[in-house]
Write a protein that binds this ligand. Structure first.
Ligand code: PRP
Ligand code: URA
Length: 213
């Protein structure tokens, strides 16, 4: 895959360790859910290194008063792509419990692999916020592109996208369609199979999170 300025692929031993367990077909639904949350929290730490609205605050320590930078209240909105994106929400909420959540429901047509929208509910003032779009799987990139298009139509200007596993095809597609959106992928896999599944991947993330199929 080409190098893109707006793409960060993590190569962190702790994340890789957790992804190895996540991929394992024997990993239980409970452990799978916990791992997705933990990986999301680790990714969020890096994802929010830049571009987070902060404000000055006076803090009185036992010794003196100092000026600190804190994350502005109500400045981050989480947007999971339903359904599998829901599995990542708590991983960010542990860091920012007050972040509002918008939902975009997209389902890939199994034959065309094109996403179809079935739900959208976004916080009223989302256009002024830092929007974190989350989905564990970035396969063809169709779902991510549609979700980001939708948010831009709503006026969002500060968008970041996070996925646990990405395929080169999907990462390139989103990086090129949305050069202003930084894409964070914890690991880059080899390719897609003929059904649009990521190889080696982890199977269907939604099914493994919610015990369907
Ligand atoms: C999966 C996944 C992504 C999408 C990725 O969702 O969670 O949203 O596929 O594929 P793409 O990059 O080719 O668009 P799916 O449509 O299976 O729905 P689900 O989350 O309800 O399982
Ligand atoms: N969606 C998934 O859940 N898994 C894949 O490998 C591709 C799309």
């Amino acid at each position: 895959m080409k190098n893109y300025d707006n793409v960060t692929i993590f190569s962190h031993p702790l994340i890789n360790h957790k992804i190895a367990i996540l991929r394992d077909e024997k990993t239980s639904m409970k452990e799978f859910r916990e791992l997705v949350e933990e990986i999301t929290t680790l990714m969020t730490f890096e994802c929010l290194k830049e571009g987070v609205p902060t404000t000055e605050k006076e803090v009185k320590t036992p010794l003196e008063t100092c000026t600190q930078y804190v994350v502005k209240d109500d400045s981050i909105v989480i947007v999971p792509i339903l359904r599998a994106g829901l599995g990542m929400v708590n991983g960010i909420h542990v860091l920012f419990p007050s972040a509002k959540v918008g939902h975009i429901g997209l389902c890939r047509n199994e034959e065309t692999l094109e996403p179809m929208e079935y739900y959208c509910k976004l916080p009223k003032d989302i256009e002024e916020k830092l929007v974190l779009v989350i989905d564990p799987m970035l396969a063809t990139g169709g779902s991510a592109c549609d979700a980001i298009d939708k948010l831009k139509q709503h006026g969002c200007k500060n968008i970041k996208f996070m996925a646990v596993i990405g395929a080169p095809e999907g990462v390139s597609r989103v990086a090129e369609a949305h050069p202003d959106v930084h894409i964070f992928v914890s690991t880059l896999d080899r390719c897609l199979n003929e059904h649009g599944y990521i190889l080696p991947g982890l199977g269907d993330a939604g099914d493994r999170l919610f015990g369907t199929k």
